[in-house]
Design a protein around this ligand. Structure first.
Ligand SMILES: [Zn+2]
Ligand SMILES: [Zn+2]
Length: 748
């Protein structure tokens, strides 16, 4: 037995030795015999790919390989970049890829290494893939590249071929949008940046993507046409709309003009893949008889739209056989039509704006209607293009725990024939939560929707955050445990006051980020990467737990960080919540806390433990009305403050009275959520006023209490519909929760 085993081990060892002898060393101990070979006929992107290969190999090995033409370099010692006659000779079975084909291959033929794909991007992606897979290079952000140093790189048998999962990968995060080189390295192919030399065309590695949005209004505007041809525009309540509405799609002249104008654009700007023929951004489709007959015939407003756009697509097909006409499934056209099918060269752009971001579309009740539209369109249309939302646009920094749903969303799109995805992210500011991870993960999933998300998160957190990586993963686990607990859903317009944020999440999140920062102290760059994530937690703490926030200096840290990172903008469309709003709010809060007067202890007699309650009935709009007009119907005692009424109960109120035993002198925080009104009095002073007839509204106030006994009175009423009364405190000792029963006594 031993002999056999030994023989087996020996033969394995010899095989290894043999391959080592027959293999190839790209570089060893700072030396290399290799050259990078690129044809004179190569595209601009392919020449750039050769430079990138040269640059990153030099970063890893310390050796700068020469770049030569096809007849340069020694046979068996060449890195051949681009599909050229040398590749054709070495790999005769491979055909030339289309210029716009993003698929790529890299492999060896003996000692030569070959990299090729479509000349516009595929070859460049081939080079990046090799650098990532074989040499361990990473591009985590435009500022965070990793090229691990090594003494040698040996290879014997290499072959890799990949194809994109999504054809147009539009990653709309600021860092990607503003950095063409980073965008290309991440294989995002839609980027709107001018070339550095100002010349016409697209920078290396960028793609054609989408020309225009809401183009119908651009092609036929009321300014240009209304005076002569009011009949081109929507008939609304018997009148042709002269303002920005929609077009009368059944009018053949409207069709002829749209065809002519889109052709002009396609000739003038031929680099795009899809040309917009999309409805305007309003809900005013034409009500004329001819239009409505088509709406009826094709099962809805999307039916007449497809009927119209199909005719445009037919008219451009011969001249532009590889281009698409795009239209929306948006607002009044979101549901799929009946008895009509978009043409092969039509792309339907569907918008996920109403969806819950936290859950797969087929698993979340809030997403079922979108899932149906997606499937209906997927079954009908040869090509979809999705406008997807991946962060919080109300306040970009709001934690958005969609890490575990992104993959399923992208897979749903792919499975329903999406050729393009626009992943709308923090395109205006750097404050989006874990923005680099969002941008990186999305890039990886757009290329390969089946990639291993957990492995990617591990790769990124260790690579980008260094020793702080494990803490960032703990933070992500915390999000999973608390923010994704049962019953939580959120769209792309959540707020800091979303129910998913609990005191535990905020306190624990702040602690983890503080530890993360400590783990990389001394490394300014890594500290800054962690610090940026503290912005959101500081805001959350100051909003939900201001006393803790002031004690831990969350307001000061926030002010420091926005200054350090130059942050001004925090929200997409509500400038009243940009940085200055928060700075002002927090400094006011700190002043209030400092100036809150001390309420001295009272000389009171206490009875048993408990709370005395008095119930009122009647219709009131405030607690003042309740006390003056309400009828007292019952009285009693209970261990804590609270109401037990069911949802059906209306028109009632309570006064709770108790004596609180305060153990520590200091600043206390009182948080109330009530539906309808509620007022809190301590020692006869109104310390929190949430009065009035309203739905659930939260309010927080500070009170400074001396050690000893204090009289507490809570006046609450319910007008109609739902009823809520929640009362919580934070104490100087750090307790957070309801008023502790052990400290409440019945007044004598
Ligand atoms: Zn009409
Ligand atoms: Zn959901």
């Amino acid at each position: 037995m031993y002999t056999k085993k030994l023989l087996f081990i020996l033969s394995g060892f010899m095989l290894f030795m043999l391959s080592a002898c027959t293999g190839n060393d790209l570089f060893q101990n700072g030396k290399s015999e290799y050259s990078i070979v690129v044809s004179d006929e190569a595209s601009e992107t392919e020449r750039y790919a050769a430079q990138e290969l040269q640059h990153w190999i030099a970063e890893v090995s310390g050796v700068e390989l020469p770049i030569t033409g096809l007849d340069g370099g020694k046979e068996g010692k060449r890195l051949i970049v681009g599909f050229n006659p040398l590749v054709e000779k070495l790999m005769p079975e491979k055909g030339k890829p289309g210029d716009r084909d993003d698929a790529f291959t890299w492999c060896n033929k003996g000692g030569d290494l070959l990299f090729w794909g479509g000349s516009k991007r595929g070859t460049l992606y081939s080079v990046y893939s090799f650098l990532e897979e074989e040499l361990g290079c990473r591009w985590y952000s435009s500022q965070a590249s990793v090229a691990p140093k090594r003494d040698s790189y040996h290879f014997s048998k290499l072959y890799r071929h990949e194809e994109p999962g999504i054809i147009i990968r539009d990653n709309c995060y600021l860092d990607v949008r503003e950095n063409a080189a980073f965008s290309a390295r991440m294989r995002n192919n839609f980027i709107r940046v001018p070339r550095p030399d100002g010349a016409e065309g697209l920078v290396a590695g960028s793609a054609e993507g989408y020309w225009g949005v809401h183009a119908m209004g651009y092609f036929i505007s009321p300014n240009e046409y209304y005076k002569e041809h009011p009949e081109y525009f929507s008939l609304i309540d018997g009148k042709r709309a002269s303002e920005y509405a929609q077009l009368c799609l059944s009018n053949p002249e409207v069709l002829a003009i749209c065809i002519q104008k889109v052709k002009d654009v396609m000739r003038r700007e031929p680099d795009y893949l899809i040309y917009s023929m999309e409805q305007n951004d309003n809900m005013k489709p034409c009500q004329c008889d001819a239009c409505q007959a088509l709406v009826k015939k094709y099962g809805g407003e999307s039916g007449i739209m497809v009927w119209f756009v199909n005719q445009v697509a037919d008219a451009v097909k011969d001249e532009f056989p590889d281009k698409f006409i795009g239209t929306f499934a948006y607002q009044y056209t979101r549901h799929a039509p009946k008895d009509i099918k978009p043409r092969e060269n039509v792309v339907i752009r569907l918008c996920s704006i109403e969806c819950c971001m936290l859950h797969p579309y087929d698993e979340c009740e809030q997403n079922l209607s979108f899932q149906k539209d997606l499937e209906d369109w997927g079954a009908l249309a040869p090509h979809l293009y999705i406008w997807d939302y991946t962060t919080d646009f109300l306040l970009y920094c709001t934690p958005t725990p969609n890490w575990w749903a992104l993959q399923s969303h992208i897979q749903s799109y792919r499975d329903n024939h999406a050729i393009g995805l626009m992943e709308e992210g923090d395109y205006q500011t750097i404050t989006c939560e874990l923005r680099e991870l969002h941008a990186w993960l999305l890039s990886k999933l757009l290329w390969n929707p089946d990639a291993d998300v957990e492995a990617l998160i591990l790769d990124f957190t260790d690579g980008f955050y260094g020793a702080a990586g494990p803490y960032i993963r703990q933070y992500l686990d915390l999000e999973k445990r608390i923010l994704l607990r049962e019953g939580m859903h959120t769209g792309c317009y959540a707020s800091l006051w979303h129910d998913m944020f609990t005191p535990e999440f905020i306190t624990e999140g702040r602690r983890l980020l503080t530890e993360a920062k400590a783990a990389v102290s001394g490394n300014e760059e890594l500290v800054a990467r962690v610090e940026k994530e503290e912005l959101a937690l500081c805001l959350l703490q100051m909003e939900h737990l201001p006393l803790d926030g002031l004690k831990s200096g969350a307001d000061e840290l926030f002010a420091q960080l926005v200054k350090k990172f130059g942050v001004k903008k925090m929200t997409e469309f509500q400038p009243q919540y940009d940085v200055d709003y928060w700075l002002e709010k927090f400094s006011k809060l700190r002043r209030t806390a400092d100036e809150t007067p001390l309420l001295p202890a009272q000389d009171l007699k206490t009875g048993e433990k408990g709370v005395k309650w008095t119930r009122y009935e009647g219709k009131f709009k405030s607690t003042v009305e309740m006390l003056s007009n309400g009828k007292v119907t019952a009285q009693g005692t209970r261990p804590a403050i609270g109401i037990d009424e069911t949802d059906e109960a209306d028109h009632f109120g309570y006064v709770f009275e108790t004596i609180a035993k305060v153990e520590t002198e200091g600043l206390y925080e009182l948080r109330v959520k009530s539906d309808d009104g509620c007022v809190v009095l301590v020692d006869g002073q109104n310390v929190l006023d949430n009065d009035g007839s309203h739905s659930v509204v939260g309010r927080t106030e500070f009170i400074r209490l001396a050690k000893g006994l204090h009289r507490v009175e809570i006046r609450y009423f319910d007008d109609h519909e739902g009823q809520t009364l929640e009362l919580q405190i934070s104490t100087p000792e750090g307790y957070q929760g309801t008023l502790p029963e052990a400290n409440l006594y019945l007044p004598e």
